[in-house]
Design a protein around this ligand. Structure first.
Ligand SMILES: Nc1ncnc2c1ncn2[C@@H]1O[C@H](COP(=O)(O)OP(=O)(O)O)[C@@H](O)[C@H]1O
Ligand SMILES: CC(=O)N[C@@H](CCC(=O)OP(=O)(O)O)C(=O)O
Length: 304
């Protein structure tokens, strides 16, 4: 006699979980560095959904590390202090006074808020800046514009990463939340570092599986601002060729992705942080959403 089978209403949910199994198996125990951009952080419900996704990854057996930005929040605070925001080569010109505000906003406001949202789900998140335990060390960055080296103040170029504190937190099951401020190797003070650059350097130094950069566009547009055709996948060499034509905020993002995949990170992705649960969507969509950068294919035997 055959056993009657009951129709369980929760079956689609079980199927959804099972669909995620290959991704979760592949990523189990792996480190994922997630950069949350300031422009994607302006909506309360998006921030709460971001925290849920990160905690989900942690409970699913991954080791997420969050690096956050805060460009718009810094600009608003500088404005309140009567300091005009100016960007050169995509980086904020940071005077000594502005540096105090940058540090206050990133470490005292944005980071605290993210730590609070993550910790609504348990004692998981611990905030730190690159200053802590020498996590990020930098020297004064002088970008070149039209062939000339220019001074943009207290903006740092990363010279060294010490992953000790982050590794200890990960080993303890915590979620590190890192603000992009570096200790200075030139003097006793600190430097302002672009958060995409910091996330990429940390991903490489941690030997992360994936770098996910959440921003306020769908990905890398092929012909921005004239079309909204997103490049879904490109290799390191293909990206390198595109870099000179990129503008504004995309420059540090894509340079960061290139650095990551050239230094051991398996994939670097730019995804739309304005979409609710964009991190989980990455898991449940085979091809992923946004733009994925992969290392160059190793030479096939017989090919030059
Ligand atoms: N090729 C491109 N594709 C997509 N966005 C681009 C491109 N070139 C420049 N951008 C600009 O880069 C911005 C994202 O960088 P940014 O403002 O620094 O974001 P975040 O705060 O997330 O770091 C987009 O909103 C867009 O205006
Ligand atoms: C040197 C430099 O430009 N630092 C950035 C740091 C914050 C950041 O990168 O925030 P987003 O990721 O939101 O752009 C700044 O001062 O705006």
């Amino acid at each position: 006699m055959s056993t009657p089978t009951r129709k369980h209403t929760a079956l689609p949910k079980a199927q959804t979980l099972v669909e995620a199994l290959p991704w979760l198996t592949r990523h189990h125990g792996r480190t994922v560095v997630i950069k949350f951009g300031g422009n994607a952080m302006v909506d309360e419900s998006l921030k709460a959904a971001f925290a849920q996704d990160v905690v989900f990854l942690r409970h699913a057996g991954l080791r997420p590390v969050v690096v956050h930005g805060g460009g718009p929040q810094i600009s608003a605070a500088l404005d309140r202090h009567g300091i005009v925001s100016e960007f050169k080569a995509g980086l904020r010109v940071t005077t000594e006074d502005a540096m105090d505000v940058v540090r206050m906003v990133l470490a005292g406001q944005v980071q605290r808020e993210l730590v609070g949202l993550l910790n609504q789900h348990g004692p998981l998140a611990v905030g730190l800046t690159g200053e802590d335990a020498h996590t990020i060390t930098a020297t004064r960055h002088r970008p070149r514009i039209d062939g000339e080296l220019i001074d943009i103040g207290r903006v740092g170029e990363i010279t060294e990463i010490d992953t000790g504190a982050i590794q200890a937190l990960l080993a303890d099951g915590r979620i590190p939340v890192v603000s992009s401020i570096a200790r200075s190797e030139d003097d006793g003070h600190v430097y302002n570092v672009n958060a995409d650059t910091a996330a990429a350097a940390l991903a490489a130094a941690l030997g992360a599986e994936t770098l996910m950069v959440l921003t306020d566009v769908e990905g890398l547009y092929e012909d921005w601002p004239h079309s909204d055709e997103v490049i879904s996948r490109l290799t390191a060499t293909e990206l390198e060729k595109l870099l000179p034509d990129l503008s504004s905020g995309m420059v540090p993002k894509m340079e960061g992705c290139l650095h990551a995949v050239r230094n051991g990170v398996r994939t670097a992705r730019v995804i739309d942080g304005r979409v609710q649960h964009s991190i989980l969507l990455e898991i449940f969509t085979d091809e992923g959403i946004g733009t994925m950068v992969v290392p160059d294919e190793p030479d096939t035997p017989g090919e030059s």
